[in-house]
Design a protein around this ligand. Structure first.
Ligand SMILES: Nc1ncnc2c1ncn2[C@@H]1O[C@H](COP(=O)(O)OP(=O)(O)O)[C@@H](O)[C@H]1O
Ligand SMILES: [Mg+2]
Length: 262
């Protein structure tokens, strides 16, 4: 199977805080990877470094066999490594259809301007197909601000994947979604990504979601990967139980902090 991502000895410090240390990961085509870890463990920092939003203090990052270290996020996106953020990045007053069209327009623009008409019929047809794949076509003409949270999440991920990336990294795709809705949402996302043959890595707090959807778990604790294993093994690992699963139980009993990008 083809190697998609290779990360070697990645490090990041913010002043005195070490947010990432000794991060070594390789990801192959077709894997479904779940990142777990308590708040502040370094999960988002890892995704930010790999997608170009943060410059690592040290280390190497290779995507599809070439170094992407120091590249701007937009350039990395162009190569086929895309991401979503914990808080949906949608245009609130535009409709679902318009949002998808704008995302496609941005993805397909070359040079300084969107020279081709944004609402070209060929693009509109592709937008319809993409909306259908993410099961948001029923909301086609609804403004993003008026969408139920789950649909807004789907729109956000649909927009992040208009390029049909090789690899996508989703930062907490189920945050802010009720327990009853989470599985339905993940079913749609995973089916869409499978159809597009996109390898996926996502950050997740709910261990039931992790168990159901991932082939491999990366557990973060204090900026380090303390376990890299299939879910059955990872969730039984003593350190994971103590530093991740235990923390999550505490978190869910005492009210999860579901907002913000931290
Ligand atoms: N831009 C930043 N400036 C300073 N410290 C940061 C910054 N981003 C993250 N951190 C710190 O790095 C650590 C890891 O944060 P983060 O990657 O956001 O954790 P997670 O996503 O696992 O909750 C935390 O201690 C956080 O406070
Ligand atoms: Mg985070």
């Amino acid at each position: 199977m083809a190697r998609v991502l290779e990360v070697h000895d990645l490090e990041k410090s913010f002043g005195g805080v070490v947010a990432a240390r000794d991060i070594n990961v390789t990801i192959d085509e077709g894997e479904t990877i779940g990142i777990i870890g308590a708040n502040g463990a370094g999960k988002t920092t890892f995704v930010n470094m790999v997608t170009g939003y943060l410059r690592p203090s040290a280390g190497r990052i290779e995507f599809m066999g070439r170094s992407i270290l120091g590249m701007a996020p937009r350039r990395i996106t162009t190569l086929g490594l895309c991401r979503s953020f914990q808080v949906p990045q949608v245009f609130g007053s535009e409709t679902v259809f318009e949002n998808v069209m704008i995302a496609m327009g941005i993805a397909e623009s070359r040079g300084p301007a969107l020279l081709a008409p944004l609402f070209a019929p060929a693009r509109a047809a592709r937008a319809e197909t993409h909306m259908a794949r993410y099961q948001i076509a029923d909301y086609r003409d609804v403004a993003a601000d008026a969408l139920p949270q789950g649909v807004r999440k789907l729109l956000d991920i649909a927009m992040a994947t208009v390029r049909k990336p090789k690899l996508v990294m989703l930062d907490e795709p189920t945050s802010g979604i009720s327990v009853e809705e989470k599985f339905g949402l993940m079913d749609i996302i995973m089916a869409a990504l499978r159809e597009e043959e996109t390898t996926v890595l996502f950050i997740e707090h709910d261990m039931e979601i992790v168990e159901r959807y991932v082939s491999r778990v990366l557990a973060f604790y204090q900026g380090e990967i303390i376990c890299d294993a299939p879910p059955a093994e990872a969730l039984e690992d003593p350190r994971v139980k103590e530093f991740v699963v235990g923390q999550e139980l505490h978190r869910s009993t005492h009210g999860a902090e579901e907002t913000g990008n931290a």
